[in-house]
Write a protein that binds this ligand. Structure first.
Ligand code: 9MR
Length: 372
């Protein structure tokens, strides 16, 4: 009864239509048996080279599937709430907050000794309507400050690292390469400085990160994104803004070809030279649209992940690698407009069978050739 009520709540709260189908088949999911034994848990493989492995985790995974919970606990040292720490989830209206889902995920982490990544504070797609209107009308930074003060200390015991500003770069918006978003509109480009200063006040011990996407491929656009990100970081550092590191989302995309080794290496080298930390925050792979056998598709996904990991793991300041989910069953790519409903871009398939991507991650952490 309690479970049914919860599931109805989630179905109403989310805008992903296919989720209820996932929930209906949760029982079937829990019955699936491992076809082959696991290798070394990913968290242990990553731990052997002093990195932390984690996954995105949602209230749906927490409540609808014991399988998802068990696999998360076995494989991950940290979890990133996929939805529930976003501003629009925490404060749906001006006079009410709802920490139910975020607290449930945080308590799951606390109970099982996991860390939680703080994702994400300022994101143009996560601003509740009321806050967007207030920012536009009043231009008062206190709206942002109150929000940071409400959320950051609440999870101070398990969140070591926050994505303070998410997706600040956009090509074609402004000459400085910054995105024209609600914060830019209200406060100008200094909003990024203020966000880091405010976050530092609210969580003095936490590491404060800028999280960005679209940095992995050889194209004019992604080249410009890399350059503009570096320029932004230089400006922040020169002004003494308290930024500790950069989150690389790493939504890889086989439609774009292979990851651009020199571009990624140069980006990480330059970030490293600024004495910033680096986290891979949302790794997954969007498949190309063409067919092919499952085996060939899974091999292509794994190869791309391996190419990427081999570059980033050369940098000791890459402290963590988070995949944007564990099982394809819960991947956002399956619900994305124009995405393949059968995308296979995570370590486990939709029945929680390990795939070559799982082996590629493990082998990359252990410094071995991939064997499957
Ligand atoms: O995967 C997330 C999806 O389920 C949500 O509907 C969406 C809006 O909250 O956010 C997705 O996660 C995004 C992340 O927060 C920021 N980088 C891009 C991710 C995929 O869109």
């Amino acid at each position: 009864m309690r479970r049914r009520r919860f599931l109805q709540g989630i179905a109403a709260a989310t805008f992903q239509p296919a989720l209820s189908a996932c929930m209906r088949s949760a029982r079937e999911e829990e019955q699936v048996e491992d076809e082959e034994p696991e290798g070394i848990a990913l968290q242990l493989a990553a731990g052997s080279i002093n990195r932390m492995y984690g996954s995105a985790f949602s209230e749906m995974m927490l409540n609808a599937s014991s399988r998802a919970r068990a696999m998360t606990l076995t494989q991950c040292a940290s979890i990133t709430p996929e939805w529930s720490l976003k501003w629009d989830r925490l404060a749906p209206s001006a006079n009410s907050t709802d920490f139910t889902a975020a607290d449930a995920i945080a308590n799951f982490a606390r109970t099982h000794g996991k860390r939680m990544r703080g994702h994400t504070l300022l994101w143009h797609q996560g601003v509740p309507t009321w806050a967007g209107e207030q920012l536009q009308n009043t231009r008062e930074w206190d709206v942002v400050r109150s929000y940071f003060n409400a959320v950051m200390p609440r999870y101070g015991d398990i969140v070591d690292e926050w994505d303070v500003v998410n997706e600040a770069i956009e090509i074609g918006h402004r000459p400085d390469g910054l995105r024209h978003n609600q914060f830019m509109e209200a406060f100008g480009p200094e909003y990024i400085d203020w966000a880091f200063w405010t976050a530092r006040d609210a969580a003095p011990q936490a590491r404060l990160y800028l999280n960005e996407y679209g940095l992995e491929y050889f194209s004019a656009e992604e080249g410009a994104r890399r350059l503009n990100l570096l320029r932004l970081l230089e400006r922040l550092k020169s002004r003494g803004v308290p930024i500790d590191g950069v989150g690389l989302q790493a939504h890889l995309d086989l439609r774009k070809g292979k990851v651009y080794r020199e571009g990624i290496y140069g980006l990480l080298r330059d970030i490293t030279n600024m004495e910033l930390g680096i986290s891979v925050t949302e790794l997954d792979v969007r498949e190309a649209d063409s067919g092919g056998s499952l085996e060939a598709r899974d091999r292509a996904v794994a190869d791309e992940v391996r190419r990427y990991m081999d570059i980033v793991l050369q940098f000791p300041n890459v402290g963590s690698v988070t995949t944007w989910g564990l099982s394809d069953r819960y991947s956002w790519l399956r619900y994305k407009d124009g995405g393949r409903r059968d995308n296979r871009g995570l370590p486990y398939d939709d029945k929680w069978r390990r795939k070559p991507m799982r082996s590629a991650l493990e082998a990359a952490f252990l410094g071995q050739q991939s064997t499957t």
